[in-house]
Design a protein around this ligand. Structure first.
Ligand code: Z5A
Length: 214
């Protein structure tokens, strides 16, 4: 595969199936001869993983929206400079489990942080870096919450939010996808996993094809 290295992000609300789909993306890219670097947000660096623990710790339920937004971008600033940009510069593909669209959806849509503030942070903290392809796993909130609930385990600080929060997150994600159809592929994640994987593979095939054409 001689396609120029690309940056792919995977997004979605609660119980959308990102973890399940990521394993298939890994296999698909490997079969295409692409040795991609996989990372995640918040986290992906030693310092970023420490910030993730703070962000998701249920005991910090009093964390204000501004602190939450800044911590998301502090983690991102580190990841961009220490991991993503060096990898892309070395010609390596990068796949990130969430990126800045999650801040527009959760901190913007969910918490009501102004879009202009997030855009400013995106410019300087994330160095304006955007994925080339964003796969958005979309499904009704109630269905996603039911899946996440059935998975069990303790809900983290953000997972403990109410349904209207997740409805705003979903609406913000969908609005971003509608505003940038060249970058986003909307995946119907309400379908059985085999169908979801098929949609993802089709999107990857189109992307790789476009990337390798002269
Ligand atoms: N966050 C933020 O607020 N702002 C930001 O800028 C960033 C992140 C970057 C952690 O993210 C939190 O950070 C997240 C957003 C916030 N908060 N919340 N809520 P995360 O991505 O690490 O955590 P997560 O969203 O909770 O993802 P997850 O735990 O990895 O869930 P998932 O990957 O979407 O789901 P899953 O584990 O693959 O699937 C859930 C269950 O459903 C599981 O039992 C599967 O077997 C099942 N499943 C999956 N697909 C299907 C289908 N198609 N049919 C039936 N069952 C299915």
């Amino acid at each position: 595969m001689n396609a120029a290295a690309g940056f792919i992000s995977l997004e979605g609300g609660e119980g959308a199936g990102k973890s399940t789909v990521l394993a298939h993306i890994r296999d698909y890219l490997a079969a295409a001869g692409i040795d991609a670097l996989f990372t995640r947000e918040p986290g992906g660096t030693e310092a970023g993983e420490a910030m993730r623990r703070v962000l998701l710790e249920p005991a910090y339920r009093g964390l204000c929206a501004e602190s939450e937004l800044l911590l998301m971008f502090a983690s991102r600033a580190q990841l961009v400079r220490a991991v993503i940009v060096p990898a892309l510069a070395a010609g390596r593909w990068v796949v990130s489990d969430r990126f800045t669209d999650a801040s527009y959806a959760y901190q913007g849509g969910g918490r009501g942080q102004p879009e202009t503030r997030i855009a400013d942070l995106e410019r300087w903290a994330a160095d304006g870096l955007r994925p080339d392809l964003t796969l958005l796993l979309d499904l009704p909130v109630a269905q996603g919450l039911a899946r996440a609930g059935a998975r069990g385990g303790q809900a983290d600080r953000i997972e403990q939010e109410q349904i209207d929060f997740f409805e705003r997150v979903r609406a913000a994600y969908r609005a971003r996808a509608a505003a940038d159809p060249a970058r986003f592929r909307l995946i119907d994640a309400s379908r059985p996993i085999a169908e979801v994987v098929m949609q993802v593979e089709q999107a990857l095939a189109q992307f790789l094809c476009a990337r390798s054409s002269p």
